[in-house]
Design a protein around this ligand. Structure first.
Ligand SMILES: Nc1ncnc2c1ncn2[C@@H]1O[C@H](COP(=O)(O)OP(=O)(O)O)[C@@H](O)[C@H]1O
Ligand SMILES: [Mg+2]
Length: 258
């Protein structure tokens, strides 16, 4: 599925939520969130630990059912769709728990991810043609994530930063129009952070990227809009400039944004 063939059906947003709520045995992690996330760009969610960011991602991707509320993907209500059904619509997420096969090479990891998508579709290609397509797509993903030169290495021998980039490669292997990245820079060195930020910017044209990130300098530099979560609710939404100037946000962040 290419981003070009799945552009918005005129709604202007990728996701819309209405009264979205998730409780865990009485504790409300996501509290009555009504939000539209516009199509395209890097849409970042920030907020303190425990604010409900990961839970919100889990609700959007179908990893968790909501306790209350509704979710739309473009013009389609997806509240009751399962995670794999949402993935088929083009909603892809990376996991903080890694999906990498450590004993396989970088190339094999990406190839499996590319193949999984092809196998899921009715396929009218001749076998040889198909093998060629898979190899070409695998190599293009390896180039995208900057791991082409490391393609023969065992995945488990990669640096932490390269493993996180491989994980992004596994996500973009299906060419999803919508990507959910939950703290992709966690634990990265400054160099790895820089390379991964470049990568996110390189893969963002023609896609919508939902990002959860703590590094406020990165957030300010690459976000189209920022949504601030606090104790399960939306505190503010705006451009980086608007968020920086927002008094409620400044109070919540104790001047970190100044
Ligand atoms: N599966 C779960 N069971 C119980 N509590 C959970 C579960 N997942 C998250 N929580 C709680 O919900 C709150 C929000 O968590 P989370 O969405 O992970 O926050 P964030 O990603 O913003 O740090 C936290 O207090 C967390 O302990
Ligand atoms: Mg989290």
């Amino acid at each position: 599925m290419s981003a070009a063939t799945t552009t918005a059906a005129g709604t202007g947003y990728v996701f819309k939520t209405e009264g979205l709520t998730r409780r865990f045995s009485g504790f409300t992690a996501v509290n009555n969130v009504t939000l539209e996330i516009p199509e395209g760009g890097v849409r970042t969610i920030i907020g303190p630990n425990g604010a409900g960011k990961t839970t919100f991602f889990n609700l959007l991707s179908g990893m968790l059912p909501p306790s209350e509320g509704r979710i739309w993907f473009r013009d389609r209500e997806i509240t009751s769709l399962l995670a794999y059904q949402r993935a088929r619509l083009g909603i892809a997420r990376s996991f903080q728990i890694t999906n990498i096969f450590g004993h396989l090479s970088v190339y094999e990891n990406v190839r499996l991810a590319v193949q999984a998508v092809h196998d899921g579709k009715a396929n009218f290609f001749m076998p040889e043609r198909r093998m060629g397509d898979l190899a070409e797509k695998t190599e293009s993903v390896l180039h995208d994530v900057g791991l082409y030169d490391a393609r023969d290495a065992n995945a488990e021998n990669l640096s932490h930063g390269d493993q996180r980039r491989l994980e992004i490669g596994l996500v973009i292997a299906s060419d999803p129009p919508v990507l959910l990245l939950d703290e992709p820079l966690a634990g990265m060195s400054p160099t790895e952070t820089h390379e991964t930020v470049d990568l996110i910017q390189r893969i963002s044209p023609g896609r919508t990227i939902l990002l959860v990130e703590h590094d406020i300098d990165v957030v300010m530099a690459i976000s189209t809009t920022i949504t601030v979560f606090q104790t399960g609710s939306v505190l503010a939404v705006g451009t980086p400039q608007e968020i920086r100037a927002n008094e409620a946000v400044q109070r919540a962040y104790l001047g970190e944004l100044a």
